[in-house]
Design a protein around this ligand. Structure first.
Ligand code: SAM
Ligand code: DTB
Ligand code: SF4
Length: 326
């Protein structure tokens, strides 16, 4: 089912009962914004407690030196001009101690990212399994993103109790080749399929602001919505243009583009957890509230994402105070 959607809308039309087409999503994305927001909000509150904004904490457990060439990513070894200190895989005890600290600060989910092309058997993968078990033992949801997996990796992660595996499609099948040359859309879909089959939730989303069109944004959302079921969580990232990456000079994305993406995602994926992810630090408090009205119900919490700055803990306590009851 998943691989049938690799070519976007055409492939989506070929499966027996396509639920969502790229064209229909683009129509949603282009609606007058107040109408789009109203429609998204009514679906949001029918399916979720609007006060429930999940706080996820993110940690880079292995930083930099990645053999993939993702144009947006400061961790790619292809982008030599990026100023980043490479780090080996962290020790599980340290990771679990940091998860405990994040839990004390209010995080409910702990996401661990490794700059790997793919998981490999051996000591390092075993250490990741230990991290997953340690995070679960704290009563937190656990998520890892390790690049491509083979079925037995997904199975071992499932046995360790992993809640979710993050593996983003990033953009439309059509635009993908402009951003990444070292792996295909089909490779991504394959890993997601293994994860699903192992019984682990999938966390899969994308990035806006890489030079893609509205049609590409619509196609990405259509591919996600046509998963059966749609991903349990969907991170929507706004490009952080990092100096030294090929996308360093991309113009900034208007905040309302992000609101439109979230609203359309909420309409076509009513039950998924939508995470307002990278790029939140340059949104105002009111712009973030619009994202929550549109259906976002999760944020990354903590001063850093993987390597780039996030909204500060100070700004986030103001945000959380502002959305709490008086
Ligand atoms: N190597 C793994 C992989 O690619 O799946 C995991 C780590 S990777 C950094 C996780 C996700 O972060 C990417 O798929 C991308 O969507 C997002 N990301 C990376 N750099 C970003 C940037 N500069 N701005 C916004 N999102 C970014
Ligand atoms: C996701 O979609 N966004 C997060 C998480 N999944 C792993 C990562 C954002 C990374 C932003 C750039 C950086 O911090 O290096
Ligand atoms: Fe590597 Fe992931 Fe960055 Fe791509 S996004 S370069 S796979 S760490």
């Amino acid at each position: 089912m998943l691989h049938a959607l690799a070519n976007g809308e055409e492939a989506a039309a070929a499966v027996s009962s396509p639920k969502v087409t790229g064209t229909a999503v683009e129509q949603l994305l282009r609606l007058p914004i107040l109408e789009l927001l109203a429609r998204a909000n009514s679906i949001h509150i029918a399916n979720h407690d609007p006060n429930d904004i999940q706080k996820a904490s993110l940690l880079s457990i292995k930083t930099g030196g990645c053999p993939e060439d993702c144009a947006y990513c400061p961790q790619s070894a292809h982008h030599r001009e990026v100023s980043l200190t490479k780090e080996h895989l962290m020790q599980p005890q340290i990771v679990v101690a940091l998860a405990k600290k994040a839990r004390a600060a209010g995080a409910e989910r702990f996401c661990m990212g490794a700059a790997w092309r793919k998981a490999r058997d051996g000591r390092e993968f075993d250490a990741v399994l230990e991290m997953v078990r340690g995070v679960n033992a704290l009563g937190m949801e656990s998520c890892v993103t390790l690049g491509m997996l083979e079925p037995h990796h997904a199975q071992q992660l499932a046995e360790a109790g992993l809640t979710a595996y993050n593996h983003n499609l990033d953009t439309s099948p059509e635009f993908y080749g402009n951003i990444i040359g070292t792996r295909t859309y089909q490779d991504r879909l394959q890993t997601l399929d293994y994860v699903r089959k192992a019984g682990v939730e999938i966390c899969c989303g994308g990035i806006i602001g890489m030079g893609e069109s509205w049609q590409d944004r619509a196609q990405l959302l259509a591919v996600l919505a046509n998963f059966s079921p749609p991903p349990e969580s969907v991170p929507i990232n706004k490009l952080i243009p990092v100096a030294g990456t090929p996308l360093a000079d991309q113009p900034p994305v208007p905040a309302l583009d992000l609101v439109r993406m979230i609203a359309a995602a909420r309409i076509i994926m009513p039950r998924s957890r939508l995470r307002l992810s990278a790029g939140r630090d340059d949104l105002t408090l009111s712009e973030q509230l619009l994202c929550f009205m549109a259906g976002a119900n999760s944020i990354f919490f903590g001063d850093v994402l993987l390597t780039a700055p996030n909204a500060s803990e100070n700004a986030d306590s103001q945000l959380l105070d502002a959305i709490a009851a008086l």
